[in-house]
Ligand binder design. Structure first.
Ligand code: UD1
Ligand code: PEP
Length: 431
């Protein structure tokens, strides 16, 4: 068993380079499979989902590997089947992008139901609705589902709810469909725009990405390209928050500051001093934190993936804070763990009521998903004593070298493995 151990660390200080976005990488890797020629992607992080995608790619005849330069090479010219092992595809959520990417090419795709972060139900009804409007038929089995279409046809699709996953997946399907597709009430997330820019470089004809109406004119062929994934705004946000939690000053480098506008606004409200340059953001503690109210919303609103780390910060801000998650109202597993560390948080109907300012104490806590994990890590940096966080597999879905990055800022943090002889924590867990 592996775990991360964190100790109270005051005044984190320094600069962290932000890697490529996980959520964009997952979309771009799928988009590359639409190509008729090899594609090279720069900035794909070495995270757990990428490793599974490489295994799936090998199974179905796509060459996908990291070159010595760090770029990921994808050659989709020899796909022999789009029948994807459900045991692999259900290990992460975006295996559903294989449907969008391979349906036009292969006519039939079978894939496991979405896995990924296990905080709530992750519906795919809007994906299915979009594909059905384009002419696909679905069959559902116990462990997997199949999508079939002799020919995908452009369609006018109105999403009943704004969803980044279904927007991206519909773009993927529409790029090689016959005729024009219009997506209405589309997500405006940077990851949607990133996918559209790359596909346009490959010869797709997509306009309007970044607005709520996206038009896609189907094309017959797509060429290869070399493309760099956008920086991970969610990792960047968590590092900025760490400046507030520890009373320090943290600069995130290689970011697109506009992607973090809603996060920056909240951090200023809470009392941090923020400075930006075209590719950096610095968050500096002013010594005082103020309670606030946060409601998550789809981009450009405050990201649901940042509400957990922000909650850790708000446990330190004297007064009453209120955090509501409108995207995933049940995404509050981190709160039960924060309470084990002494946080005073009440949960009611998709909202956390935080009485901030109570001292936190280290404890053994469990990360149930990526963002719950980073929340507990941040709380551990502010807590008296040691905090041991299990559920490392979730960190591995989102972060390449989280321990090293926090250590470089001065955090007292380490990763442990019971196989390396440290049995102490294992005993605590079992008792
Ligand atoms: C890999 C990736 O990009 N993951 C992100 C993506 O997930 P994901 O793509 O799952 O999230 P969506 O944007 O699709 O979901 C947004 C909202 O739409 C709902 N919905 C979604 C699809 C659907 O068919 N029906 C439906 O009702 C969801 O329950 C949720 O309430 O956006 C989430 C919301 O910003 C983030 O937390 C995830 O980190
Ligand atoms: C929920 C997340 O990821 P996924 O959608 O891949 O499970 C996340 O990145 O916080």
């Amino acid at each position: 068993m592996k775990w991360i151990e964190v100790e109270r660390s005051s005044g984190l200080n320094g600069t962290v380079k932000i890697p490529g976005s996980k959520n964009s990488s997952l979309a771009l890797l799928a988009a590359a499979c639409l190509s008729d020629e090899p594609v090279r992607l720069a900035g794909i992080p070495e995270i757990a989902d990428f490793k599974v995608i490489c295994q799936i790619a090998e199974d179905i005849g796509i060459q996908m590997y990291r070159e010595s330069t760090g770029l990921v090479y994808i050659d989709p010219r020899h796909i022999h089947s789009a029948s994807i092992d459900p045991r692999k595809s259900s290990m992460f959520r975006t295996a559903y992008y294989f449907v969008g990417a391979l349906l036009a090419k292969c006519g039939k795709v079978s894939v496991g139901y979405p896995g990924g972060d296990d905080f709530v139900k992750r519906p795919i009804d809007q994906h299915i609705k979009a594909f059905e409007s384009m002419g696909a038929a679905f069959t559902y089995h116990q462990d997997y589902y199949e999508a079939e279409a002799r020919e995908l046809k452009g369609a006018d699709i109105y999403f009943d709810t704004i969803t980044s996953g279904a927007t991206i997946n519909s773009i993927l399907a529409a790029v090689r469909a016959k005729g024009q597709t219009v997506l209405r009430n589309a997500a405006r997330d940077p990851e949607v725009v990133d996918t559209a820019i790359m596909l346009n470089q490959m010869g797709a004809r997509i306009t309007g990405a970044g607005t709520d109406t996206i038009r896609i004119e189907g094309v017959r062929n797509l060429r290869g390209c070399t493309y760099t994934v956008i920086p991970d705004r969610l990792i960047a946000g968590a590092f900025l928050i760490s400046a507030g939690v520890t009373g320090g000053s943290v600069t995130v480098e290689d970011v697109i500051p506009e992607h973090l506008n809603s996060c920056i606004a909240k951090l200023k409200e809470i009392g941090l001093h923020i400075e930006t340059t075209p590719n950096t953001i610095t968050a500096q503690s002013t010594g005082a934190l103020r309670a606030t109210r946060v409601r998550t919303a789809m981009y450009p609103g405050f990201a649901t993936d940042l509400q957990q780390p922000l909650t850790a910060l708000l446990t330190q801000a004297p007064g009453k804070s209120i955090v509501s998650d409108r995207i995933y109202p049940k995404r509050f597993n981190h709160v039960y763990q924060l309470r084990r560390m002494g946080a005073d948080i009440d949960l009611r109907a998709g909202t956390a009521f935080i009485k901030g300012g109570a001292p936190l104490r280290g404890n053994l806590v469990h990360a149930t998903d990526i963002r719950a994990g980073i929340c507990l890590l941040l709380a551990g940096l502010a807590a008296d004593g040691k905090t041991s966080i299990t559920g490392i597999q979730h960190f591995e879905r989102g972060y390449e070298h989280i321990v090293e990055d926090f250590r470089s800022l001065g955090a007292k943090i380490g990763q442990h493995d019971s196989n390396d002889g440290n049995k102490e924590l294992l005993q605590i867990t079992r008792s």
